[in-house]
Design a protein around this ligand. Structure first.
Ligand code: ZN
Length: 297
């Protein structure tokens, strides 16, 4: 597939034959070196320029929520199988989950593995589950941690979390990666606290995207057109889980009730791609107002 992309790009750019279709957004991103193909759909390296945009977005998100005085937590992009099962993710999205398996055999098994590799046969059926699952959403590791601390303070709790997340959905749309970052504020408390939090973030998210000079539609997701000829992409989401996670992990409010939870999530890769799509592949030439909003990257 990458060979095809490179070929298509070479034709489009070189104009050889003159019949090649206009390069897709993904092809242009790869040609410009912003995304680096790995041979697997939806799995890309990022260039220094791409990361500079992503980092400014991360700083912008943090600044937007500064008044929360949130507790910042960072987790590796994996959670334990037990917490993963508790989340009930498999009930809704079994096809998106990624589990980590490793070789756990003996010397004989190792020899069998090497022989199969040598013969170009499938070797993966010897891999065993490790009890580690890739993080499906950045806020998932937060709930068990907060639950273990005991009842919440009366004002509830706001956590800032950012993580690479995994979703098994190989795609040619650059906005649908298999590994991507979500930057979230997670609010845990009473229904009133979560509803106020969500309302506030819908306003802030909209204002931020306006300042970034991007077109949008706002529902409970903030949608921005990014992909060629396809519907708009959800670049932010404003979620109220009611008492779903509070009940699953037994998170208690100060007065002993089941906590409600909500989160606002910013898709860092998707926002980076939206900026590149609408303002061009060279950030040095973006409008000054956009660069100012990002904090002078
Ligand atoms: Zn979340």
């Amino acid at each position: 597939m990458d060979a095809q992309i490179v070929t298509a790009d070479a034709q489009a750019i070189g104009g050889a034959g003159g019949s090649a279709a206009a390069p897709t957004f993904l092809e242009r991103l790869i040609e410009a070196g912003l995304l680096i193909p790995s041979g697997v759909l939806g799995l890309y390296g990022r260039s220094e320029a791409f990361e500079a945009i992503a980092e400014s977005l991360n700083r912008m998100v943090k600044r937007l929520g500064e008044d929360h005085h949130a507790e910042t937590l960072r987790f590796p992009p994996a959670i334990g199988q037990h917490d993963f099962e508790t989340s009930e993710y498999l009930k809704s999205f079994p096809q998106l989950a990624g589990t980590i398996h490793s070789f756990c055999g003996d010397d004989r098994g190792h020899r069998r593995l090497l022989a199969r590799l040598e013969d170009k046969e499938d070797w993966t059926d010897q891999q065993q589950p490790t009890g580690v699952v890739l993080t499906p959403a950045a806020c998932y590791p937060v709930y068990p941690v907060i639950a273990r601390r005991g009842p919440l303070p009366p004002e509830g709790k706001i956590i800032n979390v950012m993580s690479y997340c995994y979703r098994h959905e190989p795609s040619l749309e650059p906005t649908r990666m298999q590994l991507f970052r979500q930057h979230e504020f997670v609010c845990i408390g009473s229904p009133e606290q979560i509803i106020a939090f969500r309302e506030m973030w819908m306003g802030r998210g909209q204002a931020a995207v306006q300042a970034l000079g991007l077109p949008m539609e706002l529902k409970f997701e903030l949608l921005i057109p990014v992909n060629d000829g396809l519907g708009p992409t959800a670049c932010m989401s404003f979620n109220y889980h009611m008492d779903h996670f509070g009940a699953l992990w037994d998170i208690r409010t100060a007065d002993g009730g089941t906590a409600h939870t909500g989160c606002v999530g910013f898709g860092i890769e998707r926002l980076t791609l939206a900026l590149l799509k609408h303002h061009g592949l060279d950030p040095a030439r973006w409008p000054q107002s956009v660069r100012d909003t990002l904090g002078g990257q």
